[in-house]
Design a protein around this ligand. Structure first.
Ligand code: HEM
Length: 416
């Protein structure tokens, strides 16, 4: 039998072995697994079969003191930051109405036009598509170059993320920095990254189709595909961010009191609510629903506007009627605001580790900023700087919620 302090000092010892010049990570992992099994059996025996420290095994397996773990964390943090940048760039591309200027796609990159003749050829191709015919008749070559470069920048940034992910992934994999769980995650990240690019083109294609014939029919991408593209970007960002936190900022342990467990559940729920609010925002953006009912808190002096269920069947309104989509987004935002407030109030009563307190405060503060940005975006008829800040704010808010729930991961069960 070994004591808890031995286990902890062994954990540090294993950590110290993990330098590139001493043990291979495979050997260290074998020692670690043996040690982990031994420790969890001991802990359970001491506590009547119930684990004394929940998540101890996972926490131990994170191998946080290993120097190379920091590199893996920094790499994933960089990928998360670059995803954040891609979301902002994508939003700016949409807000400047640039997203449908490139009418073809190639997985490995399009070559930009180099001469005036090449630019004119590219412009002629664009003129074949509905956006030019219905919305942009008569724009100059210079104006076309601007929207083309915006879209090109967004696509190339996506490819740069691909390179920033794949090259270090191969190097770290070959050096043996990943355990088997991490290898699975790396494969998942790579697959999601590839799908993100494909989904982007699938979304753009929906705006190039010849399907906009009604008088009020504006050529734009499908709101469903826009929500899917934005939603998967948020998921990818969250995975990168969360995993980098696991390497760079391991959670501090806290006592598993009833209040702490309830608080942790609320933090998880808030994270989910923020994600759904952001998805509902993508429908607002996709339908240009920020250009109707530009008043707050009422919509044309009413809490429930007249045309809320104007389309039939009724279910269609929730994804195709700008009024309903905006109404949903407002109410989801209110729910986000309420749960962020509850988090903040409860965090003052629960005994939390200092960093979890900080994260709860950051979440509440960011929710206030995000609500204000959303309201201002609506009242001022969606100006690009405000709308773009509101979009970036949604990711910043999600980040604070992820950080908070990450800080609440390690619950310590103290025997009665
Ligand atoms: C507090 C939680 C909120 C979150 C997480 C959130 C998130 C989002 C997201 C992700 C978008 C899509 C942006 C894009 O793709 O360009 C969006 C759009 C929008 N949101 Fe919010 N939002 C929140 C609150 C609000 C509030 C309170 C309002 C106003 C009452 C609002 C009004 C809008 C409008 C008008 C748009 C469309 C902007 C555009 O066309 O670019 N939001 N929101």
């Amino acid at each position: 039998m070994i004591s808890l302090s031995r286990i902890i000092s062994n954990q540090t010892l294993v950590g110290r072995w993990c330098t590139p010049n001493t043990q291979s990570s495979r050997e260290v992992l074998t020692v670690f697994r043996a040690f982990r099994n031994q420790s969890s059996t001991f802990l359970k025996a001491k506590n009547g079969g119930r684990p004394l420290v929940k998540h101890f095994a996972t926490a131990a397996a994170e191998l946080t003191p290993v120097p190379q773990s920091k590199w893996v964390g920094r790499w994933l943090g960089t990928c998360a930051g670059m995803c954040f940048g891609a979301v902002v760039l994508g939003g700016l591309t949409r807000l400047t109405e640039s997203g449908l200027s490139m009418v073809h796609w190639s997985a490995f990159g399009e070559r930009p036009p180099l001469s005036r003749a090449e630019w004119e050829k590219e412009f002629e191709k664009y003129k074949e598509f509905p956006e030019y015919k219905q919305l942009k008749q008569g724009i100059s070559l210079e104006e076309f170059k601007f929207i083309w470069n915006m879209e090109y920048g967004h696509r190339m940034w996506g490819r740069l993320i691909g390179a920033a992910f794949v090259i270090p992934a191969v190097i770290f994999w070959r050096k043996g920095y990943f355990n088997s769980a991490m290898k699975k995650r790396v494969m998942l990240f790579g697959t999601l990254l590839g799908c993100q690019g494909l989904l982007g083109w699938y979304m753009v294609k929906s705006g190039l189709e010849d399907r906009f014939h009604g008088e009020s029919d504006v050529p734009r991408v499908s709101q469903y595909r826009l929500a899917a593209h934005l939603g998967s970007a948020f998921v990818l960002y969250s995975l990168f961010f969360w995993t980098s936190l696991q390497f760079l900022l391991p959670a501090q342990a806290m006592n598993a009191t009833k209040a702490a467990i309830r608080f942790r559940r609320l933090a998880h729920a808030t994270k989910g609510i923020i994600f759904l609010t952001a998805l509902s925002g993508a429908f607002v953006a996709g339908l240009d629903a920020g250009l109707v009912y530009n008043s707050y808190p009422l919509m044309a002096d009413r809490l429930i506007p007249d045309d809320l269920l104007a389309l039939s069947p009724k279910l269609r309104n929730f994804t195709e009627n700008p009024t309903t989509v905006q109404w949903d987004h407002r109410n989801m935002a209110h729910l986000t605001g309420l749960s962020a407030t509850a988090i903040w109030l409860l965090s003052r009563r629960v005994n939390l580790p200092p960093r979890a307190h900080l994260a709860a405060n950051a979440l509440f503060g960011m929710a206030l900023v995000q609500m204000s940005l959303g309201i201002a975006t609506l009242l001022f008829y969606v100006p690009t700087p405000l709308a773009s800040s509101h979009q970036a704010g949604s990711l910043a808010l999600l980040s604070t919620a992820l950080w908070l729930s990450h800080e609440l991961r390690k619950l310590k069960y103290v025997p009665k």
